[in-house]
Design a protein around this ligand. Structure first.
Ligand code: NI
Length: 136
């Protein structure tokens, strides 16, 4: 369930934030804030730089200009992180892409961030699990 809350920001900080949003191609402030909160939650994992396995899932409209190409290009750029990719044509417009990834938590998170923030991605998630390699 989505809940709304309001945020008060200094005008200059808000301008910087809106610039950040445009540069990262976010659709709106809420989506950018959600991603920033999520990023902060995984920061501890990054610090440890654990080996993880994860699943990135993306729902997107394949009619969005060059989106399919961008999704594929990002994966080729990070092919060393990718174990497997499954593409499902959900309906006439929408695709579901499920990408199984393995690598350092930081690298996996960055790849997921880049994919999820692409314009036209309607839903994006990263589920991260530790391989347990460094558990004591
Ligand atoms: Ni498709």
């Amino acid at each position: 369930m989505l809940k709304r809350f309001s945020i008060s920001l200094d005008e200059d900080l808000l301008e910087d934030f809106d610039l950040f949003i445009r540069q990262r191609r976010y659709e709106n402030r809420s989506e950018a804030i959600r991603d920033l909160i999520r990023k902060s939650f995984v920061k501890d994992e990054w610090a440890a730089d654990k080996d993880v396995m994860g699943v990135i899932s993306l729902v997107y409209d394949h009619h969005q200009h060059q989106l399919q190409e961008k999704v594929t290009e990002q994966q080729h750029d990070h092919h060393h992180l990718i174990v497997s990719t499954t593409h499902v044509h959900m309906d006439h417009d929408n695709c579901l892409e499920v990408i199984i990834v393995r690598g350092k938590a930081r690298d996996v998170q960055e790849l997921a961030d880049q994919l999820i923030s692409l314009r036209g991605v309607r839903d994006g998630k990263l589920a991260m699990s530790s391989t347990g390699k460094h558990l004591h």
